[in-house]
Design a protein around this ligand. Structure first.
Ligand code: AMP
Ligand code: MG
Length: 406
């Protein structure tokens, strides 16, 4: 029985689980997912400090100050950023202070340097000021104990800054999956070769490896093998050492489509094979021990779309990520969709924004062998099975893809 897209995805997400927790050095943590909630070990700012270059004062001293009635305060000296905050000042006094330097005891506000004049050992103020102006108070940004980054968040530059601020030189994360790729097909030659008649240069293993790297997962062996059972067997056995093995090609019902049968002989248990989905009906999903196996059809557009919809979110789940995929958006269809199928169809399309609204058009050529559609599309348009034709102007569901097009 052929599964539909939702049921097949549910089976994948039920089966794959986040990998073990571990710690990684902060500098190597980008792209990984936090395995613990990060709680602030102390407040931020960690001490009261000046937000400007200026003069720390007591606001009350300046309440009578105006251009006609300047107030003169005695300058006690200078506190630079990095100085300790032990200075103490009283009414009638001020202290010059740098941005980020600790506020001296006794001060409750800071006047900007631009607003004063120095007169020998005194400073002239011509304006009143509120308390707490230009001061950055301890804990006002983040309070001690605040849950600042939830578990499952992928670590990017903002998270790295926060983790560094709080002293996490080692970061609690999940181990990333190790992924192997085998492209199968006797027609395939390497990228440096000149194809003889009937041959093509292999492209899927590089494409899939690129998609794996977008998720910061670890690539193990990437190989390309002909449709010879003995050779396939060796390549599969090697690939099954990974957490996730991507086997590309040979998943259908052709005479030389050995992949599925050979995987079974190697002990791979089928969870499902074939889905009511286009492109990529022959998707295979199975397991052997702790290894998950995705069998992807060789047609480049099929394996590309299946990676987006099945493999990428599965990798993210294994990484412990909270967000498994980019949300779908609603877009206005620019040209009608007249041809529909008895399977759910994810059409490659062009998405753009116009006057604050998403608009999308499907590419004319939707062949699952189409390499052109890969570089020509930046979105997948969801068209339901047996859908009536969809007129221009309708709202459709679209998965934006990370793909720059001119
Ligand atoms: P298969 O899934 O093995 O039946 O292959 C389907 C189509 O995809 C055939 O036209 C193959 O030549 C092509 N194909 C298979 N594997 C690859 C690959 N790794 N790179 C590029 N094209 C491929
Ligand atoms: Mg093949």
């Amino acid at each position: 029985m052929m599964l539909n897209y939702e049921d097949a995805r549910a089976l994948v997400f039920q089966n794959v689980k986040p990998l073990e927790k571990c710690t990684r050095p902060l500098t190597e943590s980008q792209g990984l997912a936090l395995s613990e909630d990060i709680l602030a070990p102390h407040g931020m700012p960690s001490f009261d400090n000046s937000g400007v270059d200026g003069y720390a004062v007591q606001a009350e001293d300046l309440s009578p100050a105006s251009a006609g009635n300047p107030v003169l305060l005695e300058n006690l000296g200078y506190i630079a950023a990095g100085d300790s905050g032990h200075e103490k000042m009283n009414s009638g006094q001020c202290v010059q202070i740098a941005t980020g330097a600790p506020l001296p005891k006794g001060a409750n506000t800071v006047v900007m340097k631009e607003d004063i004049e120095v007169e020998g050992s005194k400073v002239r103020f011509t304006r009143a000021i509120q308390e707490k102006e230009n001061v950055r108070y301890q804990g006002e940004d983040i309070s001690e104990g605040d849950a600042i980054i939830p578990a499952g968040t992928v670590i990017g530059p903002a998270q790295i800054a926060t983790l560094a601020t709080f002293g996490f030189s080692q970061v609690p994360v999940h181990r990333v999956p190790k992924v192997s790729i085998v492209s199968t097909g006797s027609e395939l030659i390497d990228v440096v070769g000149q194809p003889a008649e009937g041959q093509i240069r292999e492209s899927n293993r590089f494409m899939l490896a690129g998609m794996v790297r977008q998720e910061s997962c670890e690539m193990l062996k990437i190989s390309m093998v002909p449709d010879l059972p003995q050779v396939l067997n060796e390549a599969f056995e090697e690939a099954l050492k990974a957490d996730v093995a991507l086997i590309c090609g040979g998943m259908s019902i052709g005479d030389k489509d050995f992949a599925k049968q050979l995987l079974k002989e190697l002990g791979v248990e089928e969870i499902f094979w074939k889905i009511k989905f286009k492109p990529g009906k022959p998707l295979f999903f199975g397991r052997r021990g702790k290894t998950w196996i995705f069998g992807l059809p060789g047609n480049p557009a099929s394996s590309y779309v299946l990676f987006e919809e099945f493999v990428r979110p599965a990798l993210r789940k294994m990484m412990g990520r909270r967000v498994l995929e980019e949300s779908m958006v609603k877009a206005t269809l620019e040209i009608p969709i007249t041809k529909t199928y008895n399977r759910l169809h994810f059409m490659r399309g062009l998405l753009h924004e116009e006057n604050g609204e998403f608009r999308v058009r499907p590419l004319k050529f939707q062949g699952s062998h189409s390499i052109g559609s890969l570089v020509g599309s930046n979105a997948l348009i969801r068209v339901e099975a047996d859908s009536p034709s969809i007129p221009a102007g309708s709202k459709v569901s679209v998965r934006p893809l990370r793909n720059e097009i001119a």
